[in-house]
Design a binder for this molecule. Sequence first.
Ligand SMILES: [Fe+2]
Ligand SMILES: [Fe+2]
Length: 240
Amino acid sequence: MANSPMRVAAIGDLHVQEDSVAPYRELFTEIANHADVLLLCGDLTNFGKETEAQILAEDIKSCTIPVLGVLGNHDYECGCPEKVCSILHDAGMIVLDEQAHEIDGVGFAGVKGFLGGFGRGELAPFGEPIVKAFVDETMKEARKLENQLRSLRTERSVTVLHYSPVIGTLEGEPAEIFQYLGAQRLAEPIDRFDHVKAVVHGHAHHGSYEGRTPLGKPVYNVAQFVVKPLFGRPYALIEV
Ligand SMILES: [Fe+2]
Ligand SMILES: [Fe+2]
């Protein structure tokens, strides 16, 4: 139904290893009983190995609700993120990166995101080419997100990231590494579009569950290591 609330489950940092046996099969079944859509917020595999992706792919195939999500930095470690992506795509997961997706009147936009820092700690594109390239990578991710958000015609949408767009959900991590956990530049497109009702991300395993964008939109760190101690289950449930 286009106007009724959608129940969205979200979990980040699955870190599937190649010796795991159906690691998320039961959990995905449980989630399907409580939610309409499942969002996976990156670090789906531990090292970005094809074998790890194939193990998760089997669990995704068994999930009876739509699965959407983004990759994380760990999914790049072996240098074959395209392969990881295609294995998960073939299993039925909608991997968000270039194109937004719509389900029952709710839009979903997502990118992995990148590092870059916040406030005074934000890295500026100045000096050496490698510094400019680094900042450019963050801007490229923000731009891809903006293009997806602009393409949506829905009244409600959820943004899916791996890196954090705000500092609020990083509280609990050492302040010295905040700039490696996310980038303020990712929050700019989010705050530009009224239809964004919630943001979910992972990556900050020791961060906090809830934060806000500068304009007050709710941001949830759904890294399973953050969510489990709070709710006794490793996934978040939100309504949009
Ligand atoms: Fe992680
Ligand atoms: Fe990560």
